[in-house]
Design a protein around this ligand. Structure first.
Ligand code: GDP
Ligand code: MG
Length: 211
C-alpha cells in the first residue's frame, strides 16, 4: 500500500522504539506472508536512552498484522527542545497550563526557534504523510513542548488524520496521564507501550479507519 504514516513528537517520547516495532513486523515475513525473510533495507533508526540520537528522518516498510504501510521516524528537534528546557520556557505541568496558554507561549523566541526546526525537518515528512501519529510520553505527562508541537500540527497539518499516541503506558500512572491528550482536540488517545508492544490493536483500528 502507499499509506504513509509519520511519527511526530518531542525527543525521547519513543518514536524510534515504535518505528522499530512496526518495521520489525515486516522483517522475516516473505511474499507468502509467513516465512521467507524479506530483506528490509531501510531500517536504520536508532534508539537510545538519551535524546538526540536519531539525526535524520528514517523510513521503512511496516505492518501491524495484515495492514501494510510506510512509516517515517522524524527527528531533529533535540537542540530546539533542549533550548526550551534550558531557558525554563517549560512551565510546570501542574494541570493549569492549557492549550490557550501554549498558544501565547509559542510567540516567543525559544518556540519560534522550535518551529523553525520543525519546518526544516519534520514538516516535509508530515506533508508526505496520510496519517500522523503524534506521540507523547504519558509516563511524564503532556508538556508545553508537546502542546506547542500539537498546535503546529493543528495549523500545518489540519487536513491529515492525526492520531494521538500516549506512549510508555506500561509505567504506573501513565494511563491516567493519557487522558490529558483530550485537550489537544485530536480525539481519543491510543494507550500504547511501544517497548512492550501493548496497544497495537488500537493502533490497528486507527489505521484501518483510513486504510
Ligand atoms: P525518540 O527520541 O522519540 O525516538 O525516543 P526513543 O524511541 O529513542 O526512546 C526514548 C527512551 O524511551 C528510550 O530509553 C526507550 O527505551 C524508552 N521507551 C520507548 N518506548 C517506551 C515504552 O513504551 N515504555 C517505556 N517504559 N519506555 C519506553
Ligand atoms: Mg528517535
Amino acid at each position: 500500500t502507499g499509506l504513509r504514516i509519520a511519527l511526530v513528537g518531542r525527543p525521547n517520547v519513543g518514536k524510534s522504539t515504535l518505528f522499530n516495532q512496526l518495521a520489525s513486523a515486516v522483517r522475516g515475513r516473505g511474499t507468502d506472508g509467513v516465512s521467507n525473510p524479506a530483506p528490509l533495507v531501510f531500517v536504520r533508526s536508532v534508539v537510545h536512552a538519551l535524546p538526540g540520537v536519531t539525526r535524520d528522518p528514517r523510513e521503512a516498510s511496516a505492518a501491524i498484522s495484515d495492514l501494510r504501510f510506510t512509516v517515517t521516524d522524524t527527528a531533529g528537534l533535540e537542540d530546539a527542545v533542549s533550548e526550551a528546557l534550558e531557558r525554563k520556557a517549560e512551565p510546570r505541568a501542574d494541570g493549569e497550563v492549557t492549550l490557550v496558554a501554549a498558544t501565547a507561549m509559542t510567540d516567543t523566541p525559544v518556540y519560534r526557534n522550535l518551529y523553525r526546526k520543525m519546518e526544516a525537518g519534520t514538516a516535509a515528512e508530515v506533508r508526505d504523510a496520510d496519517v500522523v501519529f503524534f506521540m507523547f510520553d504519558a509516563a511524564h505527562g503532556l508538556t508545553q513542548v508537546d502542546r506547542a508541537i500539537a498546535l503546529w500540527l493543528r495549523k500545518e497539518a489540519s487536513e491529515k488524520d492525526i492520531v494521538v499516541v500516549a506512549n510508555k503506558c506500561d509505567v504506573a500512572g501513565a494511563e491516567n496521564n493519557a487522558i490529558e491528550a483530550y485537550e489537544l482536540g485530536f480525539g481519543d488517545p491510543v494507550v500504547l507501550s511501544a517497548e512492550h508492544k501493548l496497544g497495537l490493536a488500537d493502533l490497528y483500528t486507527e489505521i484501518n479507519r483510513v486504510y
